[in-house]
Design a protein around this ligand. Structure first.
Ligand code: C5P
Length: 232
């Protein structure tokens, strides 16, 4: 796997998701399935999308005791997804257990990436509620390094953090970056954004793009524009 555009399929149900993917005809974009769709439709929607030939990033952000995460990850690896994730806040022990659970009997496994701090968490919440009295970007980088030391493959981060993550954790440590918008597009609720071309320039490995594609009047053209800017 290399650099790619992942479409965030943030639809409430399977019917809308499959109808959306039908529009791509022969193309098989890499898709992200999140909690909303997974909890609505269960693992069957993952099997259906996989059977259609798509690669899947299953964005369920696991965070529990190591044994529970290990067993849950074993179930997800049997779904044959390509990327899974968890919260680095679950500790290195939890991350190592997750890797063990994900590894199939033949030694293969999906990629495993970590959420460091959610972008919805600000400095004030970090200090006042989570009782972490450090600058948030320092916490993000420290959690990324914990994930790398635990053997994970990368992190979900803002494209604005991609260069720093690579310089701290190595070029091979993957940066999967949401918060991508076209230069002439609507930002929606995303505040700190980059265009696909800028994300390429800072070394993002995968961009996760939702509404600029899903809410477009021509999603296939929007997807192709993303690919052209990010990969071409
Ligand atoms: O529609 P949009 O392009 O903003 O979608 C981005 C996707 O990436 C959504 O599924 C969102 O939940 C996810 N995401 C994000 N920011 C993060 C982590 C995940 O936007 N820090």
């Amino acid at each position: 796997m290399g650099r790619d555009v992942i479409i965030a399929c943030d639809f409430p149900g399977g019917e809308q998701t499959l109808a959306f993917l039908d529009r791509f005809q022969g193309r098989k974009p890499f898709v992200k399935i999140g909690m909303e769709l997974f909890y609505a439709e269960g693992p069957e929607i993952v099997r259906q999308i996989k059977a259609r030939g798509h690669q899947i990033f299953l964005d369920l952000k696991l965070h529990d005791i190591p044994n529970t995460v290990k067993k849950a990850m074993a179930v997800l690896s049997r779904l044959d997804v390509d990327i899974c994730n968890l919260h680095a806040a679950g500790t290195a022990e939890m991350m190592r257990a997750a890797l063990e659970g994900l590894t199939r009997p033949d030694g293969t496994r999906p990629l495993l990436i970590a959420v460091t701090q959610l972008t919805s968490t600000n400095q004030e919440a970090l200090e006042q509620e989570l009782l972490i009295p450090r600058p948030i970007d320092e916490v993000v980088m420290a959690y990324a390094e914990n994930a790398r030391r635990a053997g994970l493959d990368g992190v979900v981060c803002s494209p604005l953090e991609a260069e720093k993550v690579h310089s701290r954790c190595g070029r091979d440590f993957l940066t999967v970056t949401p918060g991508v918008r076209f230069a002439d597009g609507d930002r929606g609720d995303q505040k700190r954004v980059m265009t696909p071309a800028q994300a390429k320039a800072v070394g993002s490995d995968y961009i996760v793009v939702g509404r600029p594609i899903t809410a477009s009047s021509d999603p296939v053209a929007a997807y192709e524009r993303c690919l052209a800017e990010f990969i071409g």
